[in-house]
Write a protein that binds this ligand. Structure first.
Ligand code: CMC
Length: 470
């Protein structure tokens, strides 16, 4: 097993070597000069090119294809780090010490147990819902469980405590989260310092970020189980975040290779500049709403096929192609008809996406020796990549993005397609929360403008005089 873990590390280091060969060394920021607001920049539709804030969290160099979290190169983080370390890094700005990491892991383990939230989520028809809709609902329920926003009095009365029998949802495994019969309400986590606006305080609460990072993974796992007619499984305290995610979804403790691959996928998706879902989270936070609503907005934005939803669409289109022999014509047809090829192109990357540089070889590593449909899907993907690059030519600067190979990696881990986008959210919740915390330190409500291209000075016509058919 150790040998296999080393092989995986080698796959990443090789991808890093290749990236450096093609694009040069670790990039310095394009504009390191100190600047003052207001800043001049050229803005396109959809705020393309607009600079809306400062951030120390992550750096994307789109022309070179580099991605950096808090100064650390993504290739190094994937080769040597873990999702827990990376989440801590994004939130706190430095890699954790052993004590800090252990404390953080302990909190994640605690917050992964979401029985009360799950009980409420289970009263909805989750099996009929889009998993992202169910996930968004779940984060709202977490808001009810953990926050004080909608409560008159901060501290729940003892009468409000519910016996664990009443409050537990049925589990396939014995619940382990609560030793005593009475629920401990988490009052100590949600003290509202006097004199501070509740909304701002809640939105900037690091503990709430931990709850969300832990909870979104439990919710995602529970949703897939409920959709398939199974009961949710409680997390195992000793497992890592990645291993717990796989365990809670499948009921099997993953082997170290599966765990490592999942971990790398989570690291890769954790943050990515001012992308649409991060922006959506920040817009909501900037109104001094709260972090649960902010993450809910992120989930909603991530769902779309132009953003996180692309990873599911990729697998569907690779299957639709119907075999290697059809690839050339399929790509040609797409290009001729000016249709987007899902999993390609990026608003920022005009070079090979570094995340795809890692996920592609990882997918290849995982399908090696397999003769099932994942092998066929991978071979089709490879051929599609070759064709797109050849037919578009390198000067068009359309390369595979993070979503092109991620689905194949997830498929090899036995994860169903409808969960690919929720898994993106399991990871990106670290970036959303870290950026919300950072943004609120210098909060300014988002309020861009639209150019009005409509009419003026129209005279109001009463409805009885508007009969245009006559
Ligand atoms: N297939 C074919 N042509 C493309 C593609 C593509 N996937 N992406 C861009 N182009 C072409 C586009 O037709 C246009 O050509 P022309 O100049 O001849 O009109 C040119 O490239 C510029 O495209 P654009 O639409 O202005 O680029 P954008 O920055 O607005 O869009 C994008 C970025 C990601 C929305 C787009 O590339 C796309 O729709 N890709 C497919 C969906 C996808 O894979 N999304 C995942 C994005 S990465 C992960 C994430 O954000 O979650």
């Amino acid at each position: 097993m150790k040998e296999k873990l080393n092989e995986i590390k080698e796959v990443i280091l090789e991808a890093a070597r290749k990236a450096r060969q093609e694009t040069g060394d670790i990039p310095a920021p394009q504009d390191p000069e100190p600047f003052t607001w207001p800043i001049n920049c050229t803005v396109g539709p959809g705020l393309e090119g607009a600079i809306a804030s400062e951030s120390k969290i992550g750096y994307v160099n789109g022309s070179k294809g580099w991605l950096v979290y808090r100064g650390y190169d993504i290739f190094d983080l994937c080769a040597y780090s873990t999702f827990e370390e990376v989440s801590y890094l994004l939130l706190h700005g430095h890699l954790p010490t052993t004590n800090e990491l252990n404390e953080f892991k302990g909190k994640l383990a605690k917050y992964r147990i979401l029985n009360k939230t799950l009980r409420i989520v289970m009263s909805f028809p989750v099996e009929e819902m889009n998993p992202m809709a169910a996930l968004r609902l779940g984060t709202n329920m977490m808001r009810q469980e953990y926050s004080y926003m909608d409560k008159e009095v901060g501290r729940p009365k003892l009468d409000d405590a519910i016996s664990s029998d009443e409050d537990s949802i049925p589990m396939e495994t014995t619940p382990m989260g609560y030793a005593n019969a009475i629920y401990e309400f988490k009052t100590n986590l949600c003290k509202n310092p006097i004199g501070m606006r509740k909304t701002l305080w809640d939105a900037s609460n690091t503990e709430a970020c931990y709850q969300l990072i832990a909870g979104v993974s439990t919710l995602t796992s529970a949703i897939v189980r409920l959709k398939n007619g199974h009961m949710p499984i409680e997390p195992l305290p000793g497992l890592s975040h990645a291993a717990n995610l796989l365990y809670m979804m499948t009921g099997h403790v993953p082997d170290p290779v599966e765990e490592r691959i999942m971990d790398i996928a989570l690291i890769l998706h954790a943050d990515h500049g001012m992308n649409a879902s991060t922006f959506a989270s920040l817009v909501v936070a900037s109104t001094l709403s709260d972090i649960y609503f902010s993450v809910g907005a992120g989930i909603a934005a991530l769902n779309g096929p132009l953003h996180g939803g692309a990873n599911e669409q990729v697998v569907h289109s690779l299957l639709d192609i119907g075999g290697l022999d059809n690839v050339k014509a399929w790509v040609k047809n797409k290009i001729e008809n000016k249709q987007k090829i899902v999993g390609f192109g990026h608003r920022v990357y005009k070079a090979y996406d570094p995340r795809a540089r890692i996920l592609g070889p990882l997918a290849e590593y995982l399908v090696g020796g397999r003769s099932d449909c994942m092998q066929v899907i991978y071979q089709t993907a490879k051929r599609v990549e070759e064709e797109v690059l050849e037919q578009f030519g390198r000067e068009k600067k359309i390369f595979p993005n993070v979503d092109f190979y991620s689905g194949i990696v997830y498929g090899c881990l036995g994860i169903p397609v409808e969960l690919y986008t929720p898994i993106f959210a399991v990871s990106r919740v670290s970036g959303w929360t870290a950026r919300v915390i950072e943004y609120l330190q210098k909060n300014r409500i988002f309020r861009p403008r639209a150019i009005y291209t409509g009419e003026f000075n129209k005279e109001y016509v009463p409805i009885e005089q508007r009969n245009r058919d006559v």
